[in-house]
Design a protein around this ligand. Sequence first.
Ligand code: SF4
Ligand code: SF4
Length: 182
Amino acid sequence: MLKLLKEILKTGDATLKYPSAPLPTVPSVRGKPEFASKRCIACAACTIACPANALTMTTDPVAGTRTWLLNYGRCIFCARCEEVCPTGAIVLSDDFELAVHAKADLMVAADFTLTNCRTCETPFAPTKEVNYVIALLIRSGLPEAEAERRRDLYETCPECRRRLDVPKVSVTSVERLAEVTL
Ligand code: SF4
Ligand code: SF4
């Protein structure tokens, strides 16, 4: 008996105190994606990249808004959203505890205002995304007045651009990004 007690004392705790104490995780753990709506520009890159359809976007043309939605119930923690996000608005955390009382608690949503097309007045591009592209142009060296002049182009929907045969401005790598996303 004494021998057994000695062995127990030598071994120490053989089990973890979780869930009464936090469970340590390894640095590379891929847990719950955390979303910062302030950083998000509603570019939709993450919703296109998400293989599990956990991320979706819906447009309300009447309200002129686009809703970004993350369903943790579908997430497979692949980190594709984090890889493609240009602003760091979605980052996987080390939080692996997803249990909730109601299914609705697995959803995170954010609404974004859309800019109306200057020609047909249809809401089409997230305002934050248009501003982000203009800011990128300025940061890449384009004079502010010239970048603002190109706002006309970015605030014209693709349909109207085609219909009006809007001449293309010289294409920088930043504008190539804008052409893909807007
Ligand atoms: S981690 Fe993967 S599955 Fe989860 S939201 Fe991001 S892209 Fe989708
Ligand atoms: S990729 Fe990033 S910025 Fe774009 S919609 Fe997703 S979270 Fe927002």
